[in-house]
Design a protein around this ligand. Structure first.
Ligand code: CMP
Length: 139
């Protein structure tokens, strides 16, 4: 295993509910270094672009609406095996089947409003990090 970077979003549902601090604490407790973090708000074109891979899915329009409804927190994270490791800490996409102790089990309310995003592969992580952060922010 090697030190990797991954990208994560604390989604509008979790920011609005006041869970951002607890989610960040769980990420840090799992050994992640926060390389960069910023609160922002997605425009509709940005949300469409970020989730373009899901454009043909029936939930795409709802997902874009959800992701633009309020502020989000975007993060660049670093750790050994960061991509798979973060997905373990997040839990399954659907909170109904997420493992006990995971972020989604604690804070997600549905498969769509699932409180956190994490990159699913090294190529995706590189693209997603570049979507939100400049190279100078990731030193
Ligand atoms: P995320 O990890 O950000 O990647 C795609 C997002 O689409 C996912 O989290 C959920 O927010 C949403 N999503 C995935 N599957 C479904 C589904 N079946 N119905 C509604 N939303 C979904």
């Amino acid at each position: 295993m090697s030190v990797e970077r991954t990208f994560s979003i604390i989604k509008p549902d979790a920011v609005a509910a006041g869970h951002a601090g607890e989610i960040l604490a769980m990420i840090e407790a799992a050994g992640f270094k926060i390389l960069a973090v910023r609160m922002t708000r997605l425009s509709e074109p940005q949300a469409r672009g970020f989730y373009a891979v899901h454009a043909a899915k029936p939930f795409y329009a709802g997902l874009v609406k959800f992701m633009t409804e309020g502020p989000i927190i975007v993060m660049a994270l670093e750790r050994e095996n960061a991509i798979a490791g973060l997905r373990e800490v997040m839990g399954a996409t659907n909170p109904e089947i997420a493992a006990e102790g995971t972020i989604r089990k604690r804070f997600a309310t549905s498969i769509e409003r699932n409180c956190i995003h994490g990159s699913d592969a090294a190529e995706t992580a590189a693209v997603e990090l570049g979507f939100f952060f400049g190279a100078a922010e990731l030193l």
